[in-house]
Design a protein around this ligand. Structure first.
Ligand code: AHR
Length: 553
């Protein structure tokens, strides 16, 4: 009800603002024409770049859902150099490390306050057998999913947990449903979590960790409709019930509070096969018995355009910039579609929609192993990340967790490494700028986004979200999608006279600008502030930029 009224108000405001903005545009057009006549008369040319005006209102009187910090989760799969070289270099490496885990990567990730890391896959998870990755003697196997390379299993359960401890994140462990058994998964959880002196707990202690591990999140399979075993929804549902029942967390600290959340495989798109999937799982959940449960339904959605991925990750122009961002915005419809099905069977929203694979997926970089999913990360990816995070925030009542794919050296990564070198990507900087939104309360913003058009692609010119953090501080994010025109945002906070706003803005010379090992600071956040005048703030945004400011009241 609250949302319906708010939505109606938003629509009314939207149309009002649109009218005002059309009038303003007409007045400004007449002014520009007059100006041009004067300039022509003076023998001069009119300036090409005109800052567009946007009136934006932050409605602090209305509180929305909590933007769960788990929305900023990461994904580290045994794929290419995601784990080996990206995280793990081994204790004997000349690259500075702590117990085999690179120090530079840990320091960078700590600054992101990473809430959780999904591991070991992906498709890899459904071929992972945990016993091969514990103890002094590791079993060397293959990684048939990703390039058929050697999997040394030197990074296993203990190394993963050590990595999490070092960066301060929680474990999101995906168990093997495709080629494993419920018994194997149950024993893995017993090995990790029991405090009682069972044989498995003693084995864990002899491998260096007497205390039980905390496993906050459990993924029951991965893409079981495809690489996870090509199951029908009904077949997967029966597996889900069995795994949910028998794969237990015994950690005494996770019995009443901080219980492990179980995440079922969910959809991978909007086609009927995936809506059927969501229907089947959620319908069963509605009348589920005591013996099984789930707390989340996973959803995977990459910005890819079409399969196989063919958009270049670098060396592209405005056309590919606009096209990729248009595909990005499809996330909103997809979430709305599956949320509507979930609402039917779970109106109290007990089950979270967990977007645990998202990001841009482009053609592999020339010369790289195609199985390693290596791509560059440009300013376009920073905008893509901001748009997705804003969509998740707007759906925060249902989307309570997400994991970008992936953390290091794979797909839309935070970090890229090459031996001892490390570079932070534009996506990394966006995640850092969004830290204040972790666990903040969503605050509605009303604005007329306007339109940016390139060729046959039209997009909203700007996007924005606001939130109040735990200390009551108000945060605003504004993305200027338009790669050519700056924007001037007039920020109103009805009922309050904002004093100032300051924060950071991420800008770049070109839509495909990247940070490289040779030039790692091409795209870096820069300080930005807004001027207060006549009870509102004016914030100037560069073309194609992501900006986060704190509003001082
Ligand atoms: O992130 C790469 C792969 O994409 C994952 O392993 C799989 O789940 C998805 O298809």
């Amino acid at each position: 009800m609250v949302y319906t009224r708010a939505y109606k108000m938003r629509l009314t405001m939207h149309f009002l603002m649109r009218r005002i903005s059309i009038l303003e545009r007409r007045v400004s057009l007449v002014r520009q024409l007059l100006g041009s006549f004067v300039l022509i008369a003076m023998g001069l040319t009119a300036p090409a770049i005109v800052a567009q005006k946007v009136e934006l209102s932050v409605d602090v009187s209305k509180g929305g859902a909590k933007i769960d910090r788990n929305i900023f989760g990461q994904f580290a799969e045994h794929l290419g150099h995601g784990v080996y070289e990206g995280i793990w270099v081994g204790p004997d490496s000349t690259i500075p490390n702590t117990r085999g885990i690179r120090n530079d990567v840990v320091a960078a990730l700590k600054a992101l306050k990473v809430p959780n890391v999904r591991w070991p896959g992906g498709c890899f998870a459904d071929e992972y057998h945990w016993r091969k990755g514990i103890g002094p003697q590791r079993t060397v196997t293959l990684n048939p999913n990703w390039g058929g390379v050697i999997e040394p299993n030197t990074f296993g359960t203990h190394e993963f947990m050590d990595f999490l401890d070092q960066i301060g994140a929680q474990a999101y462990v995906s168990v093997n449903v495709g080629s494993g058994t419920p018994q194997e998964a149950a024993e893995w959880l017993e090995y990790m979590t029991t405090a009682q002196p069972t044989t498995l707990a003693k084995e864990r202690a002899s491998n260096g960790h007497p205390a039980p591990y905390n496993v906050a999140l459990l993924g029951i399979g991965n893409e079981s409709w495809d690489c996870g075993g090509n199951m029908t929804p009904d077949y997967y549902l029966s597996q889900l019930k069995i795994y949910s029942r028998f794969v237990r967390n015994f950690n005494p600290a996770q019995q009443d509070k901080q219980q492990m959340l179980k995440i079922a495989v969910g959809p991978g798109g909007a086609e009927p096969r995936w809506t059927d999937w969501t229907e089947t799982i959620m319908k069963a959940y509605q009348h589920h018995q005591w013996s099984w449960d789930m707390n989340g339904l996973s959803m995977h959605n990459y910005t890819v355009g079409h399969w196989p991925p063919s958009f270049a990750s670098v060396g592209f122009g405005e056309t590919e910039y606009a096209q990729i961002l248009k595909f990005t915005l499809d996330m909103d419809d997809l979430i709305a579609k599956h949320s509507a099905i979930m609402d039917k069977y779970d109106p109290q929203k007990k089950v979270a929609l967990v977007v645990d694979e998202w990001g841009g997926w482009y053609a592999p970089l020339p010369g790289s192993n195609p199985g390693f999913l290596v791509q560059q990360n440009s300013l376009r990816d920073a905008i893509l990340a901001a748009l997705n995070l804003n969509i998740f925030a707007r759906h925060a009542d249902r989307v309570r967790m997400a994991n970008i794919a992936q953390m290091i050296n794979v797909l839309q990564a935070m970090i890229m490494t090459d031996k001892e070198k490390m570079v932070l990507t534009p996506t990394y900087h966006v995640f850092k700028m969004y830290v204040p939104f972790q666990d903040a309360t969503f605050v509605p913003v009303v604005f007329d986004a306007g339109t940016y058009t390139h060729g046959d692609v039209s997009l909203p010119r700007v996007d924005a979200i606001a939130a109040k953090d735990k200390t009551g501080k108000l945060w605003l994010e504004v993305t200027n999608i338009d790669p050519n025109q700056p924007t001037e945002i007039d920020i109103n906070v009805p009922g309050i006279t904002p004093k100032s706003a300051a924060g950071e803005t991420l800008i770049a010379p070109k839509v495909d600008s990247v940070n490289t090992f040779e030039a790692p600071h091409t795209i870096l956040p820069k300080p930005v502030s807004a001027k207060a005048q006549a009870g509102k703030l004016t914030l100037k945004l560069e073309p194609k930029s992501v900006t986060v400011v704190a509003i001082e009241q």
